[in-house]
Write a protein that binds this ligand. Structure first.
Ligand code: ATP
Ligand code: MG
Length: 436
């Protein structure tokens, strides 16, 4: 029976996975430079964590979550009706911030140190229409700075991302920046926006009409042609910032200027989630087509408190791995891993010798590939070549009795005799000169 993977869920196969590993490695490097610690959180959480923190009217909570009832006698009765079962409603995490903040509050991390800088990497799940750069299981690398409300934290996160893009060799990304204000200034903007929408509101798409009451700013984010046309001349949030939001945003911009990080102001960028305030940003690339955002994030000063912790400001981002890897693939493909040594053996005695030599070499730190079945010398050499082995070590009865094997440099095609009782040293010396 052949079973296919689920739509929107994909495998990352050898050949492609090397780019992923490369990005992950660079991300760990940059997080270490900025003194972030890794946090690993579950992929499954109680549904209310997401509905509470992301907001009931967000795309994610309204229609994209993978939610199911975990049969559980202790759980609450779910909406009564025919076939109702008792259980807890659980959801596969659609994003990482809510879980990180939940863990922060639950473990009372703030008691140990007021400021925590955390990063995570792993899969997220959203039931969206699968297409290029958009999957149902996708991977994010994200970071959260908890306990810092100052604009230096926002600017530092943006610099970290710029450094990461540079380290993986990506250029041509645009940083779009906005401020969403705070609870003090947003209500005034909301009123102004609502009066601008006024009659126009009735012509907006169904989704926007529904949301106008709860969060009219969402309308600016709508991808529908009719909505973006109708709201073309909408007032800008930036004209409504209170003094302290204005100062905060001013310093973020000044710090970016100071460090030579270019940005484009985009007052229409409102971000999809309810918990954002003040700084909001997106890194986009025109090369990605309509799924153009590689990374996005912003400030969420009220979220920790909303999830039961002490008042704690926060700022973070999440970067989409698939889109980043797509961009990297447009530049160059990373080479698949190649073994340093391919051990070619001929004859039963050499087979056993080669088996334990391979083990010894691996313990000495070399990647080694070896044939399991008896194959001709020629066919083993062909396979070594196909795998891109750097060296081939050839051993048969003759080599065993003389104590000298044949080492072939597959790049230069040169061959040398090597002492079998000290192959680790011989190979180490050759590998060193080979990579020079
Ligand atoms: P978009 O507007 O592209 O749907 P979003 O605002 O929903 O993005 P965020 O929740 O901010 O995305 O997630 C941060 C990043 O995660 C995005 O910039 C993107 O790179 C990536 N991402 C989000 N959803 C998906 C998905 N379904 N498949 C692949 N990557 C995704
Ligand atoms: Mg989305």
């Amino acid at each position: 029976m052949k079973v296919a993977a689920i739509k929107g869920f994909s495998d990352i196969l050898p050949g492609e996975v090397e780019s992923w590993q490369f990005v992950e490695e660079k991300a760990r490097e940059v997080f270490a430079l900025y003194n972030f610690s890794e946090i690993r959180i579950p992929v499954l959480e109680k549904t209310e964590l997401f509905s509470r923190s992301l907001g009931e009217t967000t795309d994610i909570v309204e229609k994209e979550m993978y939610t199911f009832v975990d049969r559980d006698a202790m759980g609450t009765m779910l909406p009564p009706g025919p076939g109702t079962i008792r259980g807890s409603s659980l959801t596969l995490r659609p994003e990482g911030t809510a879980g990180v903040v939940r863990a922060y509050v639950e473990s009372e991390m703030y008691k140990i140190e007021a400021v925590r800088k955390l990063f995570y990497l792993g899969p997220m799940f959203r039931r969206e229409k699968p297409q290029k750069g958009r999957l149902r299981q996708f991977y994010q690398i994200g970071a959260e700075v908890l306990g810092r409300g100052d604009p230096f934290a926002d600017a530092e996160l943006l610099l970290l991302l710029r450094d990461l893009f540079e380290m993986v060799g990506l250029d041509g990304l645009t940083l779009e920046l906005n401020s969403l204000g705070c609870v003090a200034c947003r209500p005034r903007y909301r009123e102004d926006l609502l009066s601008f929408l006024g009659e126009r509101g009735k012509k907006l798409c169904g989704n926007c009409q529904r949301r106008m009451g709860r969060n009219p700013m969402r309308v600016l984010d709508c991808k529908e042609e009719v909505c973006s046309q109708l709201t073309g001349g909408a007032p800008s949030i930036l004209g409504f910032l209170c003094e302290s939001c204005e100062d905060h945003f001013g310093t973020v911009k000044q710090l970016l200027g100071e460090t030579g990080l270019e940005f484009k102001l985009n007052p229409r960028m409102v971000r999809g989630l309810d918990y954002y305030c003040r700084t909001a940003f997106e890194w986009t690339s025109p090369r990605l087509g309509s799924q153009n955002a590689v990374a996005a994030g912003g400030r969420y000063d009220g979220l920790v408190e909303e999830l039961g912790g002490p008042p704690t400001p926060g700022v973070g981002f999440a970067m989409g791995m698939e889109r980043l890897v797509l961009l990297l693939a447009m530049k160059e493909s990373k080479k698949a891993a190649r073994p340093a040594i391919y051990l070619v053996w001929v004859g039963a005695t050499a087979r056993v010798w080669a088996f334990s030599a391979a083990h010894r070499l691996r313990r000495a730190g070399f990647s080694v590939e070896i044939e399991g079945e008896a194959k001709s010398l020629k066919s083993q050499m062909r396979r070594a070549d196909k795998m891109g082995a750097q060296f081939v070590l050839i051993v048969g009865d003759e080599e065993l009795s003389s104590g000298k094997g044949i080492l072939r440099n597959m790049d230069s095609k040169e061959q040398f005799p090597v002492s079998l009782d000290r192959i680790e040293k011989e190979i180490a010396a050759r590998l060193e000169t080979n990579t020079d």
